[in-house]
Ligand binder design. Sequence first.
Ligand code: PTJ
Length: 252
Amino acid sequence: MQVSKDHPRYKSLVVREMMSKMVKEGIVTPTGMIAHGRGEAFDYLLGERTTENALNAEETAVALLLKASKPVISVNGNTAALCGKEIVHLAKMVGARIEVNLFHRTRLRVDKVCRHMERAGAKGVLGREPDALLPGISSERANSTIEGIFSADVVLVPLEDGDRAEALVKAGKKVIAIDLNPLSRTAKAASITIVDELTRAIPNMITMASSLKADPERRRRLIEKFDNSENLAESLEIIRARLEHLAQEGKA
Ligand code: PTJ
């Protein structure tokens, strides 16, 4: 489909076209389009911008990744499609491993997503040969690797709503979620929830990683001060205030 650049939702339409191509290639699962649509709806409510509290969560998340001794970035189909290259860049900046972990898991799909990440420059991608099961997870997401998520101390989990974040926290790990829905189970269970659109959040985090690397004192303060319940409440308040403002405009 040809998308006109003058269309008011040009960027959104281009991303949708790319995602639907990725569905045909088997990288994004068909229900990944529904997940994407839910994300777009929440982004609309948040004003399609990175909020102050999201920026703070992003910076704190980078501080935590830099502090970690075994950080891992978990990648699913949507994440690989939306920002594979940027994930590889961030992983290099913070010294994290990349593990492909899928909800709709088949060997073929895992291999396709791993290859997609390898084409984006990733080395040593984990996930093709899971050798451990994370306890307390009812889905295929329990499959993990001992080298990666199973023994990680900090796990970055972009774009999922499920029982894995809670199970990872129960297993003693710090979990960083990236999720536009501040009400999702993952958002509530995570140690740090970045309520921002993935393709805005990851480039921000790459930039932050350069300056935070040289500033251990700032890293320490960010981690010490962060409170995820407050952070989520701020996102909800932004949505509430925006809806109120729009409702008043509608009346005027
Ligand atoms: O590739 P698979 O098989 O592992 O499947 C991946 C999906 C995304 C289909 C699977 O994890 C899933 O069904 O996810 P959910 O339960 O729909 O949760 C996705 C969450 O991510 C929702 O809370 C969305 O609001 C949020 N989300 C969607 N797109 C974005 C997003 N958050 C940030 N940036 C986005 N671009």
